[in-house]
Design a protein around this ligand. Structure first.
Ligand SMILES: NC(=O)c1ccc[n+]([C@@H]2O[C@H](COP(=O)([O-])OP(=O)(O)OC[C@H]3O[C@@H](n4cnc5c(N)ncnc54)[C@H](O)[C@@H]3O)[C@@H](O)[C@H]2O)c1
Length: 348
């Protein structure tokens, strides 16, 4: 088992290992939790794991309930959120009780937002089940639901009290979802270099999975600890995201987020190489990393994407903050005037 300790506005542990879900009751008791636990899950994950988790909680003296909603981003909305709040109230949950997210990033974001707001905040524990949620969304305290106008427009910063990832969950995760998680993994590898870059360059296996997740979480931990509410440094985590958001908008979200991020990393690496800011050797190392992870894609050409860059949330006034690649393990925040973006990307 691996453990990463996050010291944000509150402190909590991220535990990563095989068979951990069978110990969830033990861990909740160790945190001092008692009473009711609302297991929040979706229609793919609940049939696989919710009953097992509930049984373990009963065995440890908890009173679990299960709230399940239709799998998919379309459910991450105010209606599902309200249904969950109403169910918490109907089941008599109070501030001493706990919300337990059991699912991917959609479940974690929605359950976390409900936990942050029900009775002004009740205990929250996250059990991510997708690779993306394990390495990214379960850590850092961003919770949210979508509005028709856009993703994550309503939310709160609310840290979990424990994150527990049972690596056995990966056995049922479909290949496309693993690839989607690897897209964010590639981002970490380029941001950090070193061991995580080497692991992904040789390919993810059951042997290096725990190390990979712990290293990813540790990068996110460091950045979140330094800049919990995204004043500056946390923006580095947006490497590849300006391009990714443009691809997602243009393709109406047909291209999954992690895959779009990997393409964003590819575009930014090519740009840095063309501008003479990234060495040829490192440029090809990034290309090989993408190839190894089945993510060396050619999606929309950059000239098609640029008009969508100015809608990016990372825009402030007339400037766009891009995460640029000066080297593997050396990414920087670069401000570009919106008017100069086409020239910056070599497009006129
Ligand atoms: N809060 C943050 O900091 C943060 C960061 C990145 C992404 N996100 C959010 O995360 C969401 C994306 O997360 P995601 O990619 O995990 O999507 P998801 O939650 O929709 O999960 C992807 C799919 O995999 C299924 N699944 C999950 N675990 C499984 C398992 N072990 N076995 C079988 N099927 C399984 C789900 O049911 C779903 O169909 C988006 O809403 C995004 O906005 C949040």
């Amino acid at each position: 088992m691996k453990k990463v300790e996050v010291n944000a506005s509150t402190s909590y542990e991220v535990l990563i290992g095989s068979g951990l879900s069978a110990k969830i009751g033990e861990y909740l008791s160790a945190l001092g939790r008692t009473g009711k636990v609302m297991i929040v899950s979706d229609t793919h994950v609940a049939p696989l794991y919710a009953e097992g988790v509930a049984d373990e909680l009963v065995y440890r003296g908890f009173e679990p309930s299960i709230f399940t909603f239709d799998a998919g981003e379309e459910s991450k909305n105010l209606r599902t959120y309200t249904d969950l709040l109403n169910f918490l109230a109907e089941e008599g949950f109070t501030r001493t009780d706990t919300v337990l997210a059991l699912g991917g990033g959609v479940v974690g974001d929605l359950a976390g937002f409900a936990a942050a707001t029900y009775m002004r905040g009740i205990h929250f524990v996250n059990m991510p089940t997708s690779l993306l949620a394990a390495i990214d969304s379960s850590v850092g305290g961003k919770t949210a639901v979508d509005l028709p106008k856009g993703k994550n427009l309503v939310g709160a910063f609310y840290q979990p009290e424990l994150v527990l990832f049972d690596t056995d969950f990966m056995k049922t995760l479909p290949y496309d979802e693993i690839r989607n998680g690897l897209g964010e993994g590639v981002k970490y590898a380029v941001l950090e270099g070193g061991e995580i870059f080497d692991i992904l360059s040789s390919g993810l296996t059951s042997e290096n999975l725990e190390d990979f997740i712990a290293l990813s979480v540790d990068i996110k931990r460091r950045i979140v600890e330094a800049d919990e509410k995204e004043g500056g440094l946390r923006k580095l985590l947006n490497l590849g995201h300006t391009v990714a958001h443009a691809v997602e908008t243009l393709t109406e979200f047909v291209v999954p987020h992690g895959v779009a991020v990997a393409y964003g990393v590819r575009v930014m690496a090519r740009l840095a190489y063309d501008r003479g800011e990234l060495s040829e050797e490192e440029f090809y190392k990034i290309e090989e990393l993408l190839l190894e992870n089945d993510l060396a894609l050619e999606l929309n050409p950059v000239e098609e994407l640029i008009p969508y860059f100015s809608a990016d949330k990372k825009k402030a006034g007339d400037k766009l903050t891009l995460v640029t690649i000066a080297g593997i393990g050396d990414c920087r925040l670069t401000e570009v005037d919106i008017a100069d973006v086409p020239t910056y990307f070599g497009v006129e």
